[in-house]
Ligand binder design. Structure first.
Ligand code: C5P
Length: 396
């Protein structure tokens, strides 16, 4: 997540059992290249030791407002930060934030900040649903504080319900997302993802090994960058990205119909789907019996959805994908020309399909640009930064 590399976060830890997850969160943020200055309330030190957090962050932990040698920790620490993240945020600390109280170092730091504040609530379900907490959380949202979670699930007290802090992985991702520049604010993106499934009979079909991960990562990255996203997806096992509109389809014909309906409204079309090139000419409604010694399937070519969109009289900005097994540059360049699109992202199918990370080469009028190996969300963000810049420049 290269754009987050120089970011600095104050990680505020308050006194709840979820404080143990803050250690993992600190580690994941550092791994993303984010500098972490931890600050703990006195109560938090009863749940996790400052020594643990100091060892992970490499920085002394701010705790006591009376023991700061420079005397102004609440000012200089918040000024140096790009964001303050409170994880976990107890009901008590949320109440303090909502009312602007500043009776310890961490709450004073929050009040003195001039950067975004993110809070990850963690508390018993009854405390979370209490009218006072509801009011306080609403107050924070109205004040522009970003509230991450909580999730529902098993609680340390043995009860079950809303109030669990989000897992560190999820928080690290949400924090990086908050740092994304809003390069696509106000833009409408239509994205296709996943494989298509072309029925042979009632139970069998032709499909491919596309997992949908790249397309879903692009949808998520586009949402983070402020776009209004519609994701048209073939069958995948992936959870739908938050805040994107999802449309599920099965076959290439259905995908084309879904695209046709929505394309007049789109500013950008990103075609990530691995659309099956052929479909059975006459799919059988019933399961075909295995009586014959040979079975011949007649296949008809599927429509090329991207080529259709790119050839519209007023096409949106089109981005295509190409998964090749060899001669990447040659095939990708030819494909970009044939489909008449401004930007094409190419990868080697053997490395890309189903895996969590990948390497992309972007082809546009200016030549080729390598996006080095990284997880698919990082690649998606880099691809969209490139696409947004071309789109802004008015490339066709
Ligand atoms: O399959 P091919 O290599 O031609 O795919 C290149 C691009 O065209 C991809 O972006 C893919 O989503 C799109 N495509 C399509 N409809 C097809 C085949 C490919 O939209 N029938």
């Amino acid at each position: 997540m290269e754009q987050a590399q120089t970011k600095r976060i104050v990680l505020g830890i308050t006194g709840g059992i979820a404080a143990y997850k803050a250690a993992e969160l600190a580690r994941l943020l550092l791994k993303q290249g984010i500098q972490v200055q931890a600050a703990m309330t006195e109560a938090a030190t009863h749940f996790i030791t400052p020594a643990t957090i100091q060892a992970l962050t490499g920085q002394p932990v701010l705790i006591d407002q009376w023991q700061d040698d420079k005397g102004m920790a609440h000012i200089h620490s918040s000024r140096a930060a790009d964001a303050i993240v409170i994880a976990p945020a107890t009901a008590d600390f949320i109440a303090k934030l909502a009312h602007g109280l500043a009776d310890d170092l961490l709450s004073t730091l929050c009040l003195a900040r001039d950067c975004p504040l993110l809070v990850a609530p963690a508390m018993n379900r009854q405390m979370w649903s209490n009218a006072a907490t509801r009011r306080n959380v609403q107050r924070l949202v109205a004040d522009g504080v970003i509230v991450l979670g909580p999730a529902s699930g098993a609680q340390a007290c043995g009860e079950e319900g809303m109030g669990r802090m989000l897992e560190a992985e999820q928080l690290a991702q949400d924090i990086a997302a908050a740092f994304q520049p809003k390069l696509l604010a106000g833009q409408k993106l239509l994205i296709t993802a996943g494989p298509t499934y072309e029925a042979i009979d009632a139970v069998r079909g032709i499909t491919n090994r596309s997992s949908g991960k790249m397309g879903y990562a692009i949808a998520q990255a586009a949402v983070e960058m402020g776009a209004a996203v519609t994701l048209i997806s073939g069958p995948t096992a992936l959870p739908k990205p938050h805040d994107a509109q999802s449309v599920d389809v099965t076959s290439a014909a259905e995908m084309l119909e879904a695209v046709k309906q929505r394309i007049p409204d789109a500013d950008m079309f990103i075609s990530v789907a691995a659309v099956a090139d052929y479909r059975p000419a006459q799919p059988s409604e019933q399961k075909i019996k295995k009586d014959a010694t040979t079975l011949v399937l007649e296949l008809h070519p599927n429509p090329d959805i991207l080529a259709y969109v790119a050839s519209l009289p007023k096409p949106p900005f089109c981005v295509g994908f190409a998964a090749e097994s060899e001669n990447l540059r040659e095939h990708a360049t030819a494909k970009r020309k044939k489909k008449n699109i401004p930007l094409l992202a190419a990868n080697l199918a053997q490395q890309a399909i189903g895996s969590d990370d990948n390497e992309l080469v972007l082809f546009d009028d200016a030549g080729e640009h390598l996006l080095p190996r990284a997880d698919k969300l990082t690649l998606a963000r880099a691809l969209l930064r490139h696409a947004a810049a071309l789109y802004k420049k008015g490339s066709r």
